[in-house]
Design a protein around this ligand. Structure first.
Ligand SMILES: Cc1cc2nc3c(=O)[nH]c(=O)nc-3n(C[C@H](O)[C@H](O)[C@H](O)COP(=O)(O)OP(=O)(O)OC[C@H]3O[C@@H](n4cnc5c(N)ncnc54)[C@H](O)[C@@H]3O)c2cc1C
Length: 372
């Protein structure tokens, strides 16, 4: 029996791949499915454009480049994970500059590198940019954006009884090897795969392993509730550096429209107080889409960590991470988009398995957007 600890995108995708191969597995989730980083994310299936803004096709851009197609196949019901029924927010993302020569140049060079995956388009073709007051350059990226709650619901119906609500409190070790888990529901034996996001570090430490080491990269995301809706935007505003100034996604909850804001804005804001960050968020929105005159009713800061393997410079690692650890595996996808790549790596490394022993523990069900 394969025991997957953590019901975020990495655990759910892996479990679906195992199910497709009739390999017995269960997912143990302490809260609700997706409630960690997965439902907090902006749902963008990156294909690397964001990482090509420094004018070079970085390793990160190459690795992630195949992911949009892999997801599209799953969304179309082709391939081993069938995500038919998962809704898209948009089929493509946008990237735009606002009257800045540097930002225009960054877009130009990225479009040369990304070629068919990024094209400059006429702003008149996009409702959010069709205003004559918009003067920048607009690009369309061939990278979809998912409605995340439909994604988590789809995995919930795909995996059903394999999803168990249990908090893993300890890894069980025999002769130095991990042989199972202890949970608040009882013990379970099997090959353990940690896809527990931020929760992995405590389990590694308590089992007295010194490697792998986790790093946390915090974000102070912005959430603006609007009085009047604007045309929906999913994309990135180019700034003066190789990182987008702000990444915007648009959501509707209880008849209200929200702008959810990440990118450099959220990275730079982690050391600011909420009061200071709220001012920065509102100024960034005004500057990013001034022609839409967004009428902000209220603004909040939503703080969350990205959990990843340690890197020397503290950067985002280039690829999905899987490391064996005394018979278990520790996994961090580092991006939602990279969940299929992570599952491929685990599948290559797992022992053959046929024995199933499902405990009669409570079911884990789909979570809600944590910022809503
Ligand atoms: C604000 C934000 C925006 C992002 N936007 C994007 C984006 O647009 N595109 C993209 O590709 N990536 C994005 N990312 C990155 C992406 O969200 C993450 O890389 C991905 O969701 C990680 O998935 P995961 O399954 O590894 O972890 P999580 O989603 O964090 O799941 C881990 C799960 O493990 C459970 N757990 C932890 N400890 C235990 C335990 N002891 N027992 C049982 N269960 C446990 C947790 O409850 C949680 O549900 C974003 C991240 C953030 C924070």
């Amino acid at each position: 029996m394969k025991i997957i600890v953590g019901g975020g995108i990495s655990g759910l995708w892996l479990a679906a791949e195992l199910k497709a191969r009739s390999i017995p597995c269960c997912v143990l989730e302490k809260n609700a499915l997706g409630q960690g980083q997965t439902l907090a994310s902006q749902g963008m299936i990156h294909g690397g454009t964001k990482y090509a803004l420094d004018g070079a096709l970085s390793n990160a851009a190459k690795v992630i480049g195949e992911m949009p197609e892999r997801w599209r196949q799953a969304l179309a019901g082709m391939g081993s994970v069938n995500l038919q029924g998962v809704a898209l927010e948009r089929d493509s993302q946008l990237m735009w500059s606002v009257e800045s020569v540097t930002a225009n140049l960054l877009g130009f060079f990225a479009s040369k590198i990304m070629q068919s995956r990024m094209e400059r388009i006429d702003p008149a073709s996009e409702p959010a940019f069709a205003s004559p007051a918009y003067k920048g350059h607009l690009y369309r990226l061939n990278e979809p954006v998912l409605k995340l709650h439909t994604l988590v619901k789809r995995f919930e119906s795909l995996l059903e009884m394999q999803l168990l609500r249990a908090e893993v409190t300890r890894l069980i070790k025999k002769n130095g090897q991990v042989t199972g888990v202890e949970t608040n529901q009882g013990q379970l034996e099997g090959e353990v795969i940690l896809t527990a996001g931020e929760g992995a570090a405590a389990l590694i430490r308590d089992a007295e392993f010194t490697s792998p080491i986790m790093q946390l990269r915090p974000l102070a995301m912005g959430l603006c509730r609007l009085n009047t809706p604007i045309p929906k935007i999913f994309g990135h505003q180019l700034g003066h550096s190789s990182k987008p100034k702000v990444t915007v996604s648009t959501h509707e909850i209880n008849d209200k429209q929200y702008l959810y804001l990440g990118g450099q804005l959220a990275e730079d804001g982690v050391l600011c107080t909420d009061l200071v960050q709220i001012k920065k968020i509102e100024k960034t929105v005004e500057e990013a889409i001034p022609w839409l005159k967004p009428d902000i009713e209220s603004t909040q800061v939503f703080r969350i960590n990205r959990a990843e393997p340690y890197t020397e410079k503290g950067n985002r690692p280039d690829a999905a991470f899987v490391q064996p650890m005394a018979g278990a595996f520790v996994c961090w996808p580092t991006k939602l988009s990279l969940a299929p790549a992570l599952a491929d790596k685990v599948l290559d490394a797992l022992k053959p398995e046929t024995k199933a022993c499902f405990p009669a523990w409570p079911r884990a069900s789909a979570g809600e957007y944590p910022w809503a």
